[in-house]
Design a protein around this ligand. Structure first.
Ligand code: MSP
Length: 639
């Protein structure tokens, strides 16, 4: 039963600053995971919230001239109200000032104190308020905190300590015997690297003479609890530790989601705290990278903080969610740029998915009676679409177990491309001309509509709003019934339901001319563009005769996986050999208008003479041909 229950948490965010794209990313990833598990029918709990105690908040409140609680109320409310706007479906929003949390923290402190793992002692060290933790001298870079690049305060005071060092060997063993405990691998290795050094005990209190904004220690009212010891426990309070029914259900499968900045508290402090309190460790710690902005770190002082609501308002919620998930490889850093975002909207969303939906709906309505047609099995012998759908489903499911969400989206887009190709190959508009093709046409349209349903279900965790809109166009008013189970067999779309053409799902974003440059630069920077070759004179360029050619026939060159032999029309027919065979089938090439260097000296490739060379470029998904926005005349000059 373990795998049918899912518990996911985000960090609880500090209330000293407003939410930005980094907070939005983690929370949206958690939401995508929660939605996916609900769609599979798993019992799911999703927790997020705010971290409100400690020096950092006390300082920010002081600057603002309000009490810490008033300050925390204001910013916590900003987080709380942001999440529904981003379609985030958390089951609880926890605050560390909530009464049940205060009680849980005190309960655990007492338990660990009673068992002898908390003691009183003297401490001296370097404290970074930004991180809310002590640093060892050797951890500092030029005497500064490596995260905040600020000089930490030197502090010496009497405090309570948690015997963290006692659990060092246990933790190393636990990480080594549970390879997925911290993932991806690089962060597991980072945690093990911390543990190669002797693990010091953790200072878990602050004297009230210096800080009062915290939870009182149950065994000494002159001290408040250290903010990390307080904050981490939210993951237990959230599911009702110790008595709540949810605790028993969800804790055994607890998964935390964080960025790399807070690996140490989650990977080291937290499991040892749990162990000392006699609670099983969490199941997985999932660690992602950092969003930078235009290659630099996001920071208030640089003025480059990206606000999630600004992007949502400008480009729409689903494109925003899609972009965040598609452009970050889970575990690695990614750089945000508005140009790259617009590119994704125009190519993946407007072009690939949006066009597919509108073309299919238009044809299905035009060539039918406004309802989902009944397919005729005999008229649709080939299996390309059902097979591609099964492949996409399997890939998406496997990616969800490893959190490779960008790969899940790539797999869904492969399916979208197969569907788009099916339209090109089957040419429903040609079939529609002859009434004898009625059944075949109805069948093809049914399969295309079913492909839209499959796509809608697959994108539901990522873009729930757009998925519901596609399903509504297919006559499915209630998306709740469209679980992943309905994708196991092809043909779940009920024939006869009413089709309605909706509005454009993803309007294209017009890029102003002067903005073209940065867009190209952003894409180029990502793809590691090769160096530009040395300059040539215009006269030299003029020597190259580029022409529009039409592919009349195509076949594979025997014994070559890459080469295609094309018969093309330019000024008459000629043969051109092209290395496109891995990315295009011969059938796909036929009928296309392409760009050919027409006056290249003939050359023999695997025994076939080629008179000219076609032009293509690389994409993440392989080669793509150069094309035209409007159909040109075959043989026309390209200048
Ligand atoms: N309050 C602590 C967490 C306590 S959890 C028991 C804290 N808060 S925070 O507000 O600083 O949030 C840190 C988290 O916000 C990161 O781990 C990550 O989830 C998210 N992000 C903040 N900036 C980010 C980026 N630039 N990029 C990606 N995510 C980042 O630490």
């Amino acid at each position: 039963m373990k795998d049918r229950i899912f518990y996911i948490t985000t960090p609880i965010y500090y209330v000293n600053a407003s939410p930005h794209i980094g907070h939005a990313y983690t929370t949206i990833v958690a939401d995508v995971l929660a939605r996916y598990h609900r769609l599979r029918g798993d019992k799911t709990f999703f927790l997020t919230g705010t971290d409100e105690h400690g020096d950092k908040i006390a300082e920010a409140a002081k600057k603002g001239g309000v009490t810490p609680k008033e300050y925390a109320d204001g910013i916590s409310a900003q987080f709380r109200s942001l999440w529904p706007e981003l379609a985030v479906t958390n089951d609880r929003f926890i605050r560390t000032t909530d009464a049940d949390h205060v009680a849980t923290v005190r309960g655990i402190l007492q338990k660990v104190y009673d068992s002898g793992d908390i003691y009183f002692g003297e401490y001296e060290g370097f404290y970074c308020v930004g991180c809310e933790r002590f640093y060892m001298e050797k951890e500092l870079l030029d005497g500064k905190c490596p995260q905040h690049e600020t000089v930490p305060e030197h502090r010496k005071e009497s405090n309570y300590f948690f015997r963290m060092g006692k659990y060092q060997e246990w933790l190393i063993n636990h990480i080594e015997t549970h390879p997925d405990f911290i993932r991806p691998e690089r962060y597991k290795n980072e945690a093990l690297a911390f543990l190669r050094e002797p693990l010091e005990d953790l200072c878990i209190s602050r004297p009230k003479s210096r800080l009062t904004w915290g939870i009182d220690l149950p065994f000494d009212e002159n001290y408040v609890t250290y903010v990390w010891f307080d904050a981490l426990i939210n993951y237990l309070t959230g599911v009702g530790y110790p008595e709540g029914e949810n605790f028993g259900t969800f804790w055994p499968v607890a998964q935390h989601l964080i960025a790399k900045d807070i690996l140490k508290p989650h990977g080291i402090y937290w499991p040892t705290m749990l162990k000392a309190a006699g609670i099983e460790p969490y199941q997985h710690l999932n660690v992602h990278g950092y969003w930078n902005v235009d290659q630099s770190k996001m920071s208030k002082s640089l003025g480059n903080v990206v606000k999630p609501l600004d992007l949502k308002d400008k480009y729409g919620l689903d494109p925003f969610r899609y972009f965040l998930l598609r452009d970050m490889v889970f575990g690695l850093d990614s750089s945000f740029s508005e140009e790259a975002f617009v590119q994704r909207i125009n190519s993946d969303l407007a072009n690939d998915l949006g066009n597919l939906v509108s073309r299919t709906m238009q044809m299905a309505i035009k060539y039918g009676d406004g309802r989902v047609p009944t397919p005729d099995a005999a008229a649709f012998a080939e299996q390309a679409l059902p097979e591609a759908a099964a492949r996409a489903l399997a890939e998406v499911e496997s990616c969800f177990t490893t959190l490779a969400l960008h790969k899940a989206l790539i797999a869904i887009w492969e399916f979208i491309n197969v569907t788009n190709k099916t339209i090109v190959e089957k040419e429903p508009w040609v079939l529609a001309k002859d009434p004898a093709n009625k059944e075949r046409l109805a069948t093809i349209l049914y399969h295309l509509l079913e492909a839209l349903r499959v796509t809608a279900v697959l994108i539901t965790p990522f873009m729930p709003g757009s998925a519901a809109k596609i399903l509504a166009q297919l006559g499915i008013a209630d998306p709740a019934g469209q679980t992943f189970e309905t994708l196991r067999a092809w043909g779940g779309l009920p024939a006869g339901s009413a089709l309605t053409k909706g509005e454009t799902l993803f309007p294209r974003v017009e890029v102003k001319k002067e903005e073209d440059k940065p867009a190209a630069a952003a894409v180029a920077a990502k793809a590691e563009v090769p160096a530009i070759k040395p300059e040539i004179a215009y006269e030299d360029f003029q020597k190259i005769d580029l022409r529009v050619a039409k592919v009349l026939a195509a076949e594979r060159v025997p014994k070559s996986s890459k080469l295609l032999k094309l018969s093309v029309e330019i000024d008459g027919e000629r043969t051109v050999v092209a290395g496109m065979g891995k990315d295009y089938t011969p059938e796909e090439m036929v009928g296309k208008q392409i760009v050919v260097v027409a006056n290249l000296k003939p050359a023999k490739l695997m025994g076939v003479e080629s008179r000219g060379m076609l032009l293509a470029t690389d994409t993440e998904e392989g080669l793509t041909l150069l094309g035209f926005d409007k159909p040109p005349k075959t043989g026309a000059n390209i200048h």
